[in-house]
Design a protein around this ligand. Sequence first.
Ligand code: GDP
Length: 295
Amino acid sequence: MFENLSERLERSFKILKGQGKITEINVAETLKEVRRALLDADVNYKTAKEFTETVKEKALGQDVLNAVKPEQMMVKIVHDELATLMGGSAAEFNIKGNPAIILMSGLQGSGKTTFSGKLANMLKSKRGKNPLLVAGDVYRPAAIEQLKVLGEQIGVSVYAEEDNKNPVKIAQNAIQYARQHGKDLIIIDTAGRLAIDEKMMNEIESIKKAVNPQEILFVVDSMTGQDAVNTAKEFNQRLDFNGVVLTKLDGDTRGGAALSIRSVVDKPIKFVGTGEKLDAIDVFHPERMADRILG
Ligand code: GDP
């Protein structure tokens, strides 16, 4: 993950190696390379520009730290700013409510259904929850089947109504079912499409209105870079979601989505998916991600 970005950033810091002090010139040279590295990692243009401007101000404004070597100082500033860019500290995840309702959104293939299973599994085993998975994708029988298989693997009930084509009704019925069966948390998987379309957006908006979820999570494939960011923007305009789930971080994703989403959409990344297995889920920690990027 992000290997190329890490390598490129480290190489850019080498410009400062052996330099006695920070100067306008050596900072400018270094940050030119940092910015190129970010753009090649598919970071949003404006985000990369603002990022390097902030780093420049911090680097040139440091006199207290002049005792430290310029290279070390730059690594520290870039590290801290990367963490800030990704949200600073881990975001809260609200599962209060009985049942607490989590609504999943995102395009088809983003990893929504898999993540619903992972999240149910995590909240069951680590938070002692008794979840119910809800099959809200009424268009693809395969999607319902996939959720049932996942549910079986993790020992979590799945609520589905094969003959009902109204996902709003299904979601409402699922809440009743949860109340009757002592389920304290429900995760509603919804239909995605290959691209954004009006019908899908209207449908998920209606589900949101009908069930008033504690958390709306937007799931996106990190491999899709700036497309991920643009899709996030459109979903956010319609849904005002609470957080992002970045999937497929185990692939050779360049990092652009992880680094740009927060600054473009102003919503935190809450979880990441790191594989196809059901335990391949992590809470997103900006600091730790910055540690990983700068090795
Ligand atoms: P949905 O259409 O959004 O519900 O997407 P699915 O959950 O069906 O996932 C689409 C594909 O991506 C499946 O083959 C999943 O196994 C795979 N997938 C989901 N999350 C991850 C992940 O974090 N890492 C990897 N490598 N594959 C994933």
